[in-house]
Design a protein around this ligand. Structure first.
Ligand code: AMP
Ligand code: ZN
Length: 463
């Protein structure tokens, strides 16, 4: 590997591309807002996690070590709005599904990990769960009260936004504008209607309650990210990622909390990914207009075709999802793999300056569309086929498209991938009756499966 190259990223705080200098030589510390585990992640959420993944992969490719932490929100996704309506999504799901909050969280955490693997998201170094950091949250809240940044009323603690003049800087909101965003009833005990909850006194029938100096209750949503990021990455770290809807209120509040308690800047660079859209509206759990990655697989798409699709757009622009765009990406990905398999046996040769340009594209605020254009340029170039294949395989460390995957999997008929993965699970669970049944179903589709110590070997009958 060559020397470490600098990377420039667009910092939401300063509204500029800035060269990032790691606080600790050679190691970038990154905190990524992660999933709320009361429902399945949709492909919009995955776009944001893939953007964080491409960021860490690019940093690694450019020679930096990374330490990425992604939180798992396993206590209700609590905005003041939902507080006031007494509705906590974690608990609503628990009630609807007749499970405990812990069971709900474990189930959807597993589903998230599964979906993340399907789109080749490399695991973060750590996945802290919010419920494991309640003491750290309580400690920060107590210090904020001591420092005059927070106040308690009847067992609930609010952040006093008037005590933090920089509140609103990240989202470019004035305190007055922040107010206009407040909907529903506002607790009259708040000093300022925009004050947000750090700790909430437990109402009746709460399942998730913890003791605290202010009585039994549970934490607000924003405080968890201050507590986990500072506990695991220290009180100064390099990069914080999230989706653009996290800018306000979530990250604005995190800054007020983290800087309020430490007395100094904590995050060097805030980066935010733009949304995945469906017919012009943001894909969202609440709007019900979403797909899960497994649904795309059931429709016969390679899950990595979705990754391919996202790489064609800049992370800072909205991306519209459509079945046509997916088909195009799926087709292009299969062609790319065909090329790599055709060329990979050929001898290597000189690689020219394409890799330098690839690195420059990554370093320029993660310009993946430019990097993907270089993939096409490379394919059309007059480099030796062996050199092309090797360079594509090298670039795949960032792209994560499995370009070297053997094409026999490519030719799988619709629905076979789902059956194969169910069969893998059945085998792992020693449910051989199901595994045999799935083998017959696959055989009927022209896919023959044999079991080897390395897993299932698949041969597709050409028709
Ligand atoms: P949530 O589970 O709603 O907290 O969302 C998890 C992450 O996905 C957050 O970082 C959001 O910013 C992000 N997100 C939510 N909806 C979308 C979308 N349509 N496109 C991209 N990212 C999204
Ligand atoms: Zn967060």
């Amino acid at each position: 590997m060559g020397a470490r190259s600098a990377i420039r990223l667009y910092n939401t705080m300063t509204r500029r591309k800035e060269e990032l200098r790691p606080l600790e030589a050679g190691r970038m510390r990154i905190y990524s807002c992660g999933p709320t585990v009361y429902r399945f992640a949709h492909i919009g959420n995955l776009r944001t996690y893939m953007f964080a993944d491409v960021l860490t992969r690019s940093l690694e490719y450019l020679g930096h070590d990374t330490h990425q932490v992604m939180n798992i929100t396993d206590v209700g996704h609590l905005t003041d709005d939902t507080f006031d309506r007494g509705e906590d999504k974690m608990l609503v799901s628990a009630r609807l599904e007749k499970k405990s909050p812990e069971e709900i969280a474990a189930y959807y955490t597993e589903a998230f990990m599964h979906d993340a693997r399907m789109v080749n998201i490399q695991p973060a170094r750590e996945y802290p769960r919010a419920t494991a950091y309640i003491p750290q949250m309580i400690e920060i809240i107590a210090k904020l009260i001591e420092g005059g940044h927070a106040y308690e009323v009847g067992g609930t603690v609010y952040y006093d936004i008037a005590s933090f003049p920089a509140y609103g800087r990240l989202s470019r909101n004035s305190t007055d504008q922040l107010l206009s965003g407040t909907r529903g009833e506002v607790d009259p005990r708040k000093r300022h209607p925009g004050d947000f909850t750090l700790w909430k006194a437990a109402g009746e029938h709460r399942l998730q309650v913890w003791p605290s100096p202010w009585g039994p209750g549970f934490p607000g949503w924003h405080i968890e990210c201050s507590a986990m990021s500072i506990s695991l990455l220290g009180d100064r770290f390099d990069i914080h990622t999230g989706g653009s809807d996290n800018v306000f209120p979530h990250h604005e509040a995190e800054i007020a909390q983290s800087e309020g308690v430490t007395g100094h800047q904590v995050v060097s660079c805030w980066v935010h990914g733009e949304h995945l859209m469906l017919s012009g509206t943001r894909m969202a759990k609440s709007a019900g207009n979403f797909f899960r990655i497994t649904e795309l697989v059931e429709q016969g798409f390679d899950p990595l075709a979705f990754r391919y699709l996202t790489l064609q757009a800049k992370y800072r622009t909205k991306l519209n999802f459509s079945p046509e765009a997916m088909s195009g990406a799926d087709h292009a990905l299969r062609q790319l793999r065909d090329r790599v398999s055709e060329w990979s046996a050929a001898p290597d040769g000189p690689r020219g300056e394409l890799d330098q340009r690839f690195r420059a594209a990554l370093a320029d605020d993660l310009d993946l569309p430019a990097a993907m254009a270089l993939v096409s340029e490379l394919i059309r170039s007059d480099l030796a086929p062996g050199a092309k294949a090797r360079l594509l395989i090298e670039w795949d460390r960032v792209l994560g498209l499995d370009v070297a995957r053997s094409p026999e999997r490519e030719a799988l008929p619709d629905g076979a991938a789902v059956l194969l993965s169910s069969r893998e699970r059945a085998r792992a669970a020693k449910d051989f009756a199901t595994a045999d049944r799935l083998r017959s179903e696959l055989a009927a589709m022209g896919v023959s499966v044999t079991d080897t110590p390395d897993g299932q070997k698949v041969v597709v009958r050409r028709s």
